[in-house]
Design a protein around this ligand. Sequence first.
Ligand SMILES: Nc1ncnc2c1ncn2[C@@H]1O[C@H](COP(=O)(O)OP(=O)(O)O)[C@@H](O)[C@H]1O
Ligand SMILES: [Mg+2]
Length: 246
Amino acid sequence: MLQIAVNNVFKSFKDVKAVRGISLAIEPGKFVAILGPNGAGKTTLVEMMEGLRKPDSGEIIIQGKTWQKQEKELRKIIGLSLQETRFSEKLTVYETLILFAGFFELGDERVNEVIGLTGLESKQKSPVGTLSGGQRQRLALAVALLNHPQVLFLDEPTTGLDPHSRLDLWNILKALKDQGETTLILTTHYMEEAESLCDYIIIIDEGKILKEGKLEDLLDENARNLDELFISLTGKTLKDNQTVLL
Ligand SMILES: Nc1ncnc2c1ncn2[C@@H]1O[C@H](COP(=O)(O)OP(=O)(O)O)[C@@H](O)[C@H]1O
Ligand SMILES: [Mg+2]
């Protein structure tokens, strides 16, 4: 069975057509990157998959279940970190995790496990307000991992992080991938992130899929990396959305 099926989904905000007919078929255990520039529709698409926004039309099916009919069951099997996850600045890392663990009726044992998984041991007594950007993202990931999610959604988990913190997060996600129990949907506008972490890459712009496939199938002599591919598809660079002269 497919882990996630997205069938011809549309979503508009007044006159902005954020997602314009996207379909996806994602198998269990895959790490999938949704790659696109700012405003491409990544967050809107992912929030619909997360059951936080309702599509105007089309359907989203996770493990054969829909958000309309089986929200409670789906909440149990997904984990997510939003593009701008905010936690209370005054609570410590440990207290924050205990708080969220309580929602899933989990105790300190699982909290200690996710602290270990995300390398936050030395920060567990620190107030969230004192954490660096990379540490905050690792905390957001730790929260997302609490309930052993079978499907994990991370919306731009490394945007704005320094290269070292980004690498730390990639290593944590690679370890998760090796365990093979989690399907990951990750949005990013860093092609290196998609290349190094993901089995399958979906390039979107203006609410539509421009191209998708395994990395090796997407590249050829005309597009030697994802940046070149994106430029050849759109005439724009992925990073700053600037038009380039071809
Ligand atoms: N809540 C909203 N209200 C109005 N417009 C929105 C809203 N959310 C997103 N948009 C618009 O939809 C488009 C896609 O946005 P988004 O999904 O956030 O893209 P991305 O995550 O790829 O940067 C953009 O033009 C954005 O301005
Ligand atoms: Mg976004």
